[in-house]
Design a protein around this ligand. Structure first.
Ligand code: FE
Length: 338
């Protein structure tokens, strides 16, 4: 009896404490994999009083999880590190339309849809080994399929989301037939079977195991700023190309997010999305994670990004690229680009 009373009092007391502690909260499902984001979330909480519960995982896992959770999903915001994943979440009907004059004014139209927004951009650069190739050999993504690069190309797996999105962009620009011929050409040029992430490709190009590869810009900037002298030296010897400067511009991918349709905290979710487009957050993405702000005209201090220089970016709409993803996947399968 005594014990039971204690249990009841304890339970009631616990419930009361819970109720008192019902501070505003945001449940964030994030596929971003960067340590630097911690400071961003802390700054958001400091400014708004909204605490962030974060669940990290691969985009595909998070999307599956939201689907399985259904209307009970605690997720308020989904953040990913590429446009394709957002498009997939959207195609499953997981994202809510967000009307925000602030976001629409801050984020260029080609970097958002009705249901998701880019907060940073990153370029897919061509990096090459200067002992094995000349800059003039690798000025475009198309050049990677040129038979004279036989045995020199390294790549992540064909279906790696960064690669898949690039191929979807090629479909959007060149059409299906030409993109398939390109994919077959790249496969014929491979130095080894596709594996690893962008950092692995950079290392292999530096050692000369491969002559050329493609990498997201922030990985290169990260190595340029490394506190390990061998990493800094490794990238110093690499040739770096902004692809397709003479025509459509370099392929750009994004990191972005949207509000989950079943969000239980839509006001907090909107505040968070708008925070990510604020000057402070935009500068943080550049300074701490080597990504470019999507808001134009912002100054930031990042020597490595500055050293990469300026380029002409492809301004095709990411929503358009996303529509070509299924075709891109089929092309990669048919070409044996795995
Ligand atoms: Fe990445």
């Amino acid at each position: 009896m005594q014990r039971y009373r204690f249990f009841v009092l304890f339970a009631l007391g616990f419930g009361l404490a819970q109720a008192l502690a019902a501070e505003p909260v945001l449940n964030l499902y994030s596929a971003r994999h960067y340590q630097a984001d911690e400071a961003l979330y802390e700054d958001f909480t400091r400014k708004t009083g909204i605490r962030i519960n974060r669940i990290e995982g691969k985009a595909q896992e998070l999307i599956e999880r939201i689907r399985n959770e259904g209307s009970n999903s605690p997720a308020d915001v989904l953040l990913t590190a590429d446009a394709a994943s957002l498009a997939v979440a959207d195609a499953w009907g997981l994202l809510a339309p967000v009307r925000s004059p602030f976001l629409e004014a801050r984020i260029p139209a080609h970097l958002r849809s009705a249901n998701w927004f880019a907060f940073t951009s990153r370029a897919r650069l061509i990096i090459y080994n200067q002992r094995l190739l000349q800059a003039s050999d690798v000025q475009t993504y198309e050049a990677l399929a040129d038979p004279k690069l036989k045995g020199l190309v390294c790549s992540t797996s064909g279906g790696h989301i960064y690669n898949l999105t690039l191929v979807a962009a090629l479909v959007a620009h060149l059409g299906e037939a030409q993109t398939e011929a390109w994919a077959r050409g790249v496969v014929a040029n491979l130095a080894r079977s596709p594996r690893g992430g962008d950092i692995d490709q950079i290392k292999s190009v530096a050692t000369g195991e491969c002559g050329v590869a493609v990498s997201n810009s922030y990985y290169l900037a990260r190595l340029m700023a490394s506190d390990k002298v061998e990493e800094r030296n490794r990238v110093k010897r690499l040739g770096v190309i902004w692809p397709n400067q003479a025509d459509r511009g370099t392929h750009i991918n994004i990191s972005g997010g949207g509000m989950v349709k079943t969000s239980k905290h839509p006001e907090a979710a909107l505040k968070f999305l708008e925070y990510l487009a604020s000057d402070a957050a935009q500068r943080h993405f550049a300074n701490a994670n080597n990504e470019w702000p999507v808001v134009s005209g912002l100054t930031f201090e990042n020597e490595e990004l500055a050293a990469l220089g300026r380029m002409k970016a492809d301004t095709i709409s990411l929503a358009h690229i996303a529509r070509e993803l299924p075709k891109a996947q089929k092309i990669l399968d048919r070409a044996g680009y795995r």
